[in-house]
Design a protein around this ligand. Structure first.
Ligand code: ITT
Length: 197
């Protein structure tokens, strides 16, 4: 089973490759010339499907399955922000560190030192049998300071429910047990089995 990941995010690629051990898993940049994908959907699901379809269209190997992940963090006290705009929170060209710093700054401005938040992942699968999408969530709190450097993106400020440590401080295998991405991937694996790939 050849799986092509329609993501350029190195943190996601690392997690997918570890969660899908045993399969032939490649990032799309390993098999295609780089090209821009415009994520103009209004939900995680729409954006995940846009990315997976864009990559599948360019592939010459139509037997492959493309997986895309659109994800983000939503803070209840900020009305769900940054949500689907998590990758662009500090501006269209912003990097992960700038997005994280902006969220910390916003939390401090609102005196939110520890407040409920959750991650969402929509995983789209596109192959010759059609297009599918599944979701996973991870609930917890965000804090207004960075702790630890494991994971990526917003992980240094996110404490999963039941932990007083951030994902930056916890080992990758702890995150793998209940992350939004691994939960969505459990559903995706059922579809992969049904497709007998
Ligand atoms: P691709 O579109 O190429 O996949 P991207 O980083 O732009 O890469 P998204 O549009 O899905 O991906 O944005 C996801 C944002 O949410 C991005 O800022 C991530 O850092 C953050 N994020 C998603 N999952 C995360 C996780 O498990 N840990 C930390 N941050 C995460």
């Amino acid at each position: 089973m050849k799986i092509i990941l329609a993501t350029a995010n190195q943190g996601k690629i690392k997690e997918f490759k570890s969660y899908l051990q045993g399969g032939q898993v490649y990032s799309y940049e390993e098999v295609l010339e780089p090209f821009e994908i415009i994520e103009d959907g209004t939900s995680f699901k729409e954006n995940a499907l846009i990315k997976a379809k864009a990559v599948y269209e360019k592939l010459s190997d139509k037997e492959a399955i493309v997986l895309a992940d659109d994800s983000g963090i939503s803070v209840d006290a900020l009305g769900g922000e940054p949500g689907i705009y998590s990758a662009r929170y500090a501006g269209d060209e912003a990097n992960a560190a700038q997005n994280l710093d902006k969220l910390i700054k916003t939390l401090k401005e609102k005196n939110l030192s520890r407040t409920p938040a959750h991650y969402t992942a929509a995983i789209a699968l596109v192959c010759d049998a059609g297009a599918f999408c599944v979701h996973g969530w991870m609930y917890g709190h965000v804090i207004d300071e960075k702790r630890g450097n494991h994971g990526f993106g917003y992980d240094p400020i996110f404490e999963p429910i039941g932990y007083d440590k951030t994902l930056g401080e916890l080992d990758a295998d702890v995150k793998a047990q209940f992350s939004h991405r691994s939960r969505a991937l459990k559903h995706a694996k059922i579809i992969l089995k049904t497709l007998k790939r």
